[in-house]
Design a protein. Structure first.
Length: 295
């Protein structure tokens, strides 16, 4: 599918995942039936509806919203004026739906829930990305996502200009503080991974001070996570890593906000991971306005 200006959408989740997620959301919301709509709206009633932004932001989740309506009634006509990653201004029309009034009303809340939630993530991500523009640092998401919605939420981060960290526990090794404690130290943990990492997964280790940074460099990892370090300490840690290894990446994390992310990026880190992108993004305010039609 393309937007009405002919531009392709960003890659979307597989049809199977998307439909299963929509079905679960509709089952939760509709249950045994949308009695209000069924009892007040004639079966043959037709309507047009528009989805309008009530605040400026970045759109994401447009495919999920569209597919929600057509999942309820495949005969509904849905026209998308914007695609994921597009900027939207307050008062701008995002999409247009025409067909069964019952189907539009039943799908309204689930479609808007997807669109508002995911657009909120994209909007916040865009703000972080803009705050580090020109530094070379890339904004990453985390696994702090809504259960069952991770793929959609991570795609929303992409729509906002950010990048994805690992999708789950299976596609990257991230040795964090509790792993280190349980394994008996950074060196022991990294060496244990090295003997078993037949898949050749990238290995990242969390550090909290310069001694741990040096230990991680000595044992050899792909990326060093610099957790909750003050800006001066971050800059020093990045300098140590760059002077020691040309291939080891650096990532800053821990309580980074829009007020502080620019300073963190200026230290020279390669990546900045921000859990707030998915666990604290406010929904973008959108509404659906319906107009009855005859015939």
């Amino acid at each position: 599918m393309k937007t009405d200006n002919g531009e392709p959408f960003l890659p979307v989740p597989s049809p199977q995942y998307l439909l299963a997620t929509i079905d679960a959301a509709l089952a939760e919301d509709v249950g045994a039936g949308d009695w209000t709509t069924l009892w007040t709206v004639p079966a043959n009633a037709r309507a047009e509806a528009t989805i309008v932004a009530k605040a400026a932001g970045t759109v994401a989740g447009i495919e999920a919203a569209s597919a929600t309506f057509t999942r309820i009634d495949p005969t509904l006509e849905v026209t998308l004026h914007l695609g994921d990653g597009d900027a939207v201004r307050a008062g701008q029309e995002v999409a247009w739906i025409r067909g069964s009034a019952r189907a539009i009303l039943t799908g309204e809340r689930v479609a808007l829930n997807f669109l508002q939630r995911l657009s909120g993530i994209a909007t916040l991500t865009r703000r972080y990305v803009s705050a580090v523009e020109g530094t070379g640092a890339r904004i990453l998401d985390t696994r702090k996502t809504t259960p069952g919605l991770r793929r959609l939420e991570k795609d929303a981060v992409l729509a906002g200009g950010g990048a994805n960290h690992r999708f789950g526990l299976h596609d990257m090794v991230l040795i964090k503080e509790n792993h280190i404690r349980a394994a008996g130290g950074i060196t022991a943990a990294v060496k244990a991974v090295a003997t078993q990492n037949r898949e050749g997964l990238a290995v990242e280790v969390e550090t909290t001070d310069l001694a741990e940074v040096r230990e991680a460099l000595a044992v050899g990892v792909d990326r060093i996570l610099l957790d909750n370090m003050a800006t001066d300490r971050l800059r020093e840690a990045v300098g140590i890593v760059k002077a020691t290894s040309s291939s080891t990446e650096t990532e800053a994390s821990g309580g980074i906000t829009l007020d502080t992310v620019g300073g963190v990026a200026a230290t020279g880190v390669d990546f900045i991971s921000v859990g707030a992108l998915t666990h604290s993004a406010p929904a973008l305010d959108l509404s659906l306005l319906i107009r009855p039609r005859s015939g």
